[in-house]
Design a protein around this ligand. Structure first.
Ligand code: SAH
Length: 215
């Protein structure tokens, strides 16, 4: 699968190839779900694990901000796949935090990570996943070099901008039906530059009640 993403030109970074080969997606999808097909898959609670090409795209956009020792926040961490990738890239001296508002997904993501190559980072404490409303970020380990948001926000939540380090980068899908993957760079003077990378389709970043309606 990773080879195919390289062949199609989705992945050009060696580090992203390495991390996606290290963290096995099969450990993160529900039993019976095909792991290596390039599409999002349902994980329950009206949530999905993002498609491999989206994981690759986000890792690549954040690569410079996921160097050893850096701090990364994964909002809407779902299965924990990207949180595990971030933790692997920032290493034991860094910090990778997942925030997810469905407690059952927090619990299953921790189980997934325990089976993966990132297990020792979880045990060592440089990787953790928390239940909470990710629109508030996770102030405890702010500021972050990298923030990833795995669900589409109607607008960029201010706490996430506040928790971005100068020189830091956030990747966030923004919009309702039509969504853009936005790349938010906080400049060293504290100002913010925003550009759109590509059109995307994510589940909404919302309240738990709104997400579980009809589930
Ligand atoms: N990157 C994850 C994506 C999961 S889908 C993966 O590939 O596994 C998006 C996730 O965002 C869902 O698990 C959903 O429950 C969560 N989510 C939506 N709104 C949220 C909020 N306000 N706070 C925290 N998590 C939220």
């Amino acid at each position: 699968m990773v080879e195919q993403l390289q062949r199609y030109g989705v992945i050009s970074s060696k580090k992203v190839v390495e991390v996606m080969e290290t963290i096995d997606r099969a450990l993160f999808v529900p039993d019976g779900t095909p792991a290596y097909v390039d599409s999002p898959m349902a994980i329950g609670y009206n949530a999905t694990i993002s498609a491999p090409h989206m994981h690759a795209t986000c890792l690549q956009l954040l690569e410079e901000n996921l160097q050893p020792g850096m701090h990364a926040l994964d909002v809407g961490s779902g299965t924990g796949y990207l949180t595990a990738c971030f933790a692997t890239m920032v290493g034991p001296q860094g910090r990778a935090i997942g925030v997810e508002h469905i407690p059952e997904l927090v619990a299953s993501s921790i189980k997934n990570i325990e089976k993966s190559a990132a297990a020792s980072l979880l045990k060592g404490g440089s990787l953790s996943v928390h239940a909470g409303d990710g629109r508030e970020g996770w102030p405890e380990h702010a500021p972050y070099d990298a923030i990833h948001v795995g669900a589409a926000a109607p607008e960029i939540p201010q706490p996430l901008i506040d928790q971005l380090k100068p020189g830091g980068r956030m990747v966030i899908p923004v919009g309702k039906i039509f969504q853009d993957l936005q790349v938010v760079d906080k400049n060293l003077d504290g100002s913010v530059s925003i550009r759109s990378e590509t059109a995307v389709r994510y589940v909404p970043l919302t309240s738990r009640d709104a997400q579980l309606k009809g589930y």
